[in-house]
Design a protein around this ligand. Structure first.
Ligand SMILES: *[C@@H]1O[C@H](CO)[C@@H](O)[C@H](O)[C@H]1NC(C)=O
Ligand SMILES: *[C@@H]1O[C@H](CO)[C@@H](O)[C@H](O)[C@H]1NC(C)=O
Ligand SMILES: *[C@@H]1O[C@H](CO)[C@@H](O)[C@H](O)[C@H]1NC(C)=O
Ligand SMILES: *[C@@H]1O[C@H](CO)[C@@H](O)[C@H](O)[C@H]1NC(C)=O
Ligand SMILES: *[C@@H]1O[C@H](CO)[C@@H](O)[C@H](O)[C@H]1NC(C)=O
Ligand SMILES: *[C@@H]1O[C@H](CO)[C@@H](O)[C@H](O)[C@H]1NC(C)=O
Ligand SMILES: CC(=O)N[C@H]1CO[C@H](CO)[C@@H](O)[C@@H]1O
Length: 405
């Protein structure tokens, strides 16, 4: 059910880091492969040399019951800080919900996407992974130009024979922008449902045609979008890969703690050049250290990697942050295969330590899945994609698909 969150459970979420905040560490030079300049005309900074990649702008029409944000829109960071102090005080139970009712959103959005297939197909390329990024980086989360041998999921998956379809979420990257006081999980579930249908129909699949199998995959906020989507529309995919997710929201997600460790600021004020086209509902953490606090665990990451993540961060909307768990949770009608994987020390979804709280209620939610695997990846916090041994996590994912698609 799409239950509104009250301010006091202002939970938090996800991924991303980076900002071009001038006070941050200098951006590292890219290492590993240089951008493949033969992809001239494409907009992404890098594509794996082993892949054939194309970019699309895909119109997606949705009808969504969107929660109505019922709090004064802040004009500046002073007003934002007042909102945060009210949202996190122990007296916040006396404060009315920030959401009041729903509005029906009927819209067609332009979604920017990339699709990569193996140059040397081996039969698995008709198994397509449809990936939804989190809070932080847009679709470069999956296709990092920075040390791609270590941090690029698309490169790994294509080497394993899979095709990957990945897109900028609404409000991110090159996709359409909507108000940061509206953009939220319910709308994005409908976007994913639309995209899954389009890909299943073999549209925008660059000669691959209709996929044999479709796996939906997410990171962080994108994993909640993916989870709610398969819970509500279980037929959309054959498998669900949820990275950086935790479904034990009572013990695992510390909403007040997250709102505080994110240290939110109005994004357009922090960096007008990058975020000036976003309204004041779009926020970003104060600096690279806030990102590290929330997404990374020492000594399992390198500072230049976190700096890269900060320099490439996108803003997130307040309504995304407050609604991440507000979709359908019970995936009891999903009969495909599901993998939930996150870092052992995930600060965001496990309050810093996953053992003991990761399996339930996730296993109950996925009780009718063909298989459900809860996997705790060692030596990592939330952003497992940019920790040492990210490829160890990638191997868990593609081994899971090999065994279960
Ligand atoms: C770049 O991509 C092209 C075409 O996809 C490929 O032929 C070429 O080998 C790649 N170059 C590098 C440097 O990876
Ligand atoms: C909150 O909702 C009420 C009733 O719909 C409306 O009158 C009021 O203007 C809303 N306040 C804000 C700040 O959105
Ligand atoms: C919604 O707004 C109306 C009108 O301002 C108010 O009476 C009601 O209590 C609000 N509901 C919530 C859940 O805040
Ligand atoms: C499963 O689907 C049925 C039929 O649409 C529906 O009535 C039921 O509520 C669904 N169960 C869950 C757990 O979503
Ligand atoms: C969350 O994990 C705790 C600790 O294992 C467990 O007691 C609790 O039942 C879990 N919550 C749910 C909703 O399953
Ligand atoms: C790397 O990740 C894999 C998969 O989680 C794990 O089995 C292995 O122990 C990890 N290695 C290190 C050094 O953390
Ligand atoms: C340095 C360190 O903490 N390494 C750990 C990585 O994860 C494995 C498996 O959990 C541990 O045994 C190591 O101690």
């Amino acid at each position: 059910m799409h239950s509104p969150q009250s301010l006091s459970v202002a939970a938090a979420i996800l991924c991303g880091l980076n900002n071009s905040h001038s006070g941050c560490l200098a951006q590292p030079a890219l290492s590993g492969n240089p951008p493949n300049t033969t992809t001239a005309g494409l907009t992404q900074p890098y594509y794996p040399a082993i892949a054939d990649c194309v970019e699309y702008t895909v119109p997606v029409s949705i009808v969504s019951e969107s929660l109505a944000f019922n709090y004064t829109h802040w004009e500046d960071d002073y007003e934002l800080e007042d909102f945060i102090s009210i949202a996190t005080t122990r007296a916040s139970a006396d404060f009315p919900s920030v959401f009041n009712g729903t509005t029906t959103v009927m819209a067609t959005y332009q979604i920017a996407a990339s699709f990569c297939t193996p140059k040397k197909p081996n039969g698995k390329e008709k198994n397509i992974i449809l990936a939804t990024h989190g809070i932080g980086q847009a679709r470069t989360h999956w296709n990092s130009p920075y040390k791609p041998e270590e941090y690029n999921f698309v490169q790994w998956a294509v080497a394993e024979g899979y095709s990957v379809w990945f897109y900028d979420r609404l409000g991110n990257g090159q996709s359409d922008k909507v108000s940061g006081f509206q953009s939220q999980v319910n709308d994005q579930v409908e976007v994913l449902r639309g995209l899954a249908g389009i890909v299943r129909d073999g549209q925008y699949t660059n000669g691959i045609g209709k996929p044999d199998k479709l796996a939906v995959m997410g990171f962080s906020f994108g994993s909640y979008v993916t989870h709610h989507a398969v819970a509500t529309y279980p037929e959309i995919a054959d498998a669900a890969i949820l990275t950086g997710i935790g479904l034990n929201t009572t013990v695992g997600v510390n909403g007040n703690g997250l709102l505080r460790s994110f240290v939110p600021r109005i994004a357009s004020v922090q960096n007008a050049e990058r975020f000036g086209d976003l309204d004041n509902g779009y926020l970003t953490w104060a600096d690279g250290f806030s990102q590290i606090n929330t997404y990374f665990k020492a000594p399992f990451y390198d500072i230049p990697t976190a700096t890269f993540a900060e320099a490439n961060k996108n803003a997130f909307s307040i309504t995304e942050f407050l609604t991440f768990a507000a979709g359908d949770l019970d995936a009891g009608n999903f009969t495909g295969a599901a993998l939930a994987i996150t870092g052992e020390n995930d600060y965001i979804v496990c309050d810093g330590y996953c053992p003991g709280i990761f399996e339930e209620p996730a296993r109950t939610y996925y009780r009718n899945a063909k298989t459900f695997v809860p996997y705790i990846h060692p030596n990592s916090s939330h952003n497992l994609n940019f920790h040492h041994n990210a490829t160890g996590a990638y191997k868990v994912i593609t081994d899971f698909l090999d065994a279960n698609l």
